[in-house]
Ligand binder design. Sequence first.
Ligand SMILES: C[S@@+](CC[C@H](N)C(=O)[O-])C[C@H]1O[C@@H](n2cnc3c(N)ncnc32)[C@H](O)[C@@H]1O
Length: 239
Amino acid sequence: MIDFNTEKKAEYVQKMFSAIVDKYDLLNTLLSLNRDKYWRKFTAIKSELKPGGRAIDVATGTGELAIELAKLVGANGKVVGVDFVKKMLAKAQEKIKNTKYEKIIEFIAQKAENLPFLDNTFDCATISFALRNVTDVKKTFEEMTRVVKAGGKVISLEFTQPKNFLFRKIYYFYILKVLPIIGGLVSKRKDAYVYLPNSVINFPSKEKLKKIMEDVGLKNIKIYNLTCGVVAIHIGIKP
Ligand SMILES: C[S@@+](CC[C@H](N)C(=O)[O-])C[C@H]1O[C@@H](n2cnc3c(N)ncnc32)[C@H](O)[C@@H]1O
């Protein structure tokens, strides 16, 4: 595994996602047995965004969660998707071309740790399957919290370590042994699908993530476990 000191990690992550863009959505569907769409939809519902609302989806990738948020805020709302890999954003833009979402969503190339928006701009900030990839989790939460209005939500959807011992054994076998083979065959970048399970296993536990959210000032943190605890949604409120 790569030694993840900060700059090296950012460089590695950027190169990796640039290389797998074309197969990214397909592999998400295949490897999650189509659960990924449900996870993002559930996350969007938990945002409780209203028509006319404003949201930011950080590390938006190919824009899947941004589109779910756009469905909620509607024609009078606004969703900004931010990512530091331009090829991912190009794919996202292509997806919404000639759809009603083209007027609602704007994609911007920028780092999660440095969001180019004023304080208190959005009703909600989301990040899905990307906290494992950012260079600085705390800084990312700080930025998401900064740009959200008082009373707004900061939401993370992320893989986590299932609690049940037996299920965890089976799940780890799947992500460590099976997933890299399928991911490698389809994307031709096996390293990306070796990186993925290792980043899941080494990611802070749900409790640690909750603590980081509290440390940046978020309150009333709620955690939702989905699909036997394979993924968790953390939701915090900006006071
Ligand atoms: C696994 S993908 C998730 C994409 C999308 N959120 C989803 O649910 O499919 C991770 C994304 O995070 C982006 N990313 C990683 N680190 C980042 C950073 N520091 N700033 C901005 N984007 C970042 C990558 O470019 C990639 O598009």
